[in-house]
Design a protein around this ligand. Structure first.
Ligand code: FE2
Length: 304
């Protein structure tokens, strides 16, 4: 029995973590359903690391979301989730009959005002954002009990301007005692985790300080769209996830990278809370979750 379980005296659970979704909300549900089915496991929670692409309408898209959305129809699935057709709703309901709803933190590409208004209206730190309750947003700076783990959520990124880390949310988490959370979920990553194509260092010094203060067993992030980790910060192991569905083409790669809009290896992580083990999912069946118009009900029909 691991020290982690022994120390907490908690039941072993499995939590899936999902990288940047950018509107492809059916791909995320489909990948989680297949993860359970193909591995023969039961997921106790699904957590998404931000850039879900939570905008109430395409008019509210920011500039880069609009640009990508034009060539990637599946990035509009979030809007279809808000006002689902009967067949769309049927696929989502079938998925939710098999997996838990998805908790997500804010990325830099969401409608933050809209999300704040949902929290205000509900008077709650965790709110469903769609009528079927498939996705639930966790406001920055909160610690939520998820699958027996104390999970801290801090979205956005360290950058001057409106996408910057929320100062009061950051302060609330720095006020939590060291060891007071088991898992830290952020959108940005720790400083120095990688470099961009121009050689600039990526990551947030403030998040590194938060990890070193909180000392969670696990830290999971997104934002940079490629897997990174394990990285160790004292007793914390930190991982970053790939983008769930990579773009069809990029300006850096001569060949199309994902014309079939398939789920990317390394975009999903799986935690076993008993062993503390974290694994990137790179199985071939991930690529079965695909397309500009994913048939979620059809995909679920292939499961046991
Ligand atoms: Fe992103």
């Amino acid at each position: 029995m691991s020290e982690w379980l022994f120390a907490k005296g908690r039941q072993a659970m499995k939590i899936a973590f999902v990288g940047d979704v950018h509107g492809c909300v059916l791909h995320a549900l489909g990948a989680a359903v297949l993860l359970q089915d193909r591995r023969g496991i039961r997921l106790d929670a699904v957590i998404q690391v931000g850039d879900l692409g939570a905008y109430p309408s395409a008019e509210r898209f920011d500039e880069s979301s609009r640009r990508f959305g034009r060539d990637h129809p599946a990035q509009g699935d979030f809007f279809r989730l808000l006002d689902p057709s009967p067949s769309f709703a049927e696929g989502v309901r079938l998925a939710l009959g098999k997996i838990p709803s998805v908790l997500f933190v804010s990325g830099n590409h969401e409608d933050h005002d809209w999300l704040a208004s949902l929290h205000e209206a509900a008077g709650a730190e965790v709110v469903p954002v769609d009528p079927l309750g498939a996705y639930r947003h966790v406001a920055c700076g909160n610690v939520v009990e998820v699958a027996g783990q104390r999970v801290a959520f801090l979205g956005l990124i360290e950058v001057p301007g409106k996408m910057d880390l929320d100062e009061s949310a950051y302060a609330r988490l720095t006020a939590v005692e060291p060891g007071g959370v088991d898992i830290l979920v952020t959108h940005d990553g720790p400083y120095g985790m990688s470099r961009d194509r121009r050689g600039n260092v990526q990551g947030s010094p403030k998040l590194t300080r938060l990890i070193e203060h909180l000392r969670p067993r696990l830290h999971v992030s997104g934002h940079y769209h490629h897997p990174n980790g394990p990285r160790r910060y004292g007793r914390t192991t930190s991982y970053a996830l790939a983008q769930l569905v990579r773009p069809k083409i990029t300006r850096w790669e001569p060949e199309p990278v994902n014309p079939g809009q398939r789920v990317t290896a390394g975009s999903i992580g799986l935690l076993d809370t008993e062993t503390g083990g974290f694994e990137y999912i790179e199985d071939e069946w991930l690529a079965d979750v695909k397309g500009d118009a994913l048939d979620l009900a059809g995909l679920i029909a292939t499961t046991r």
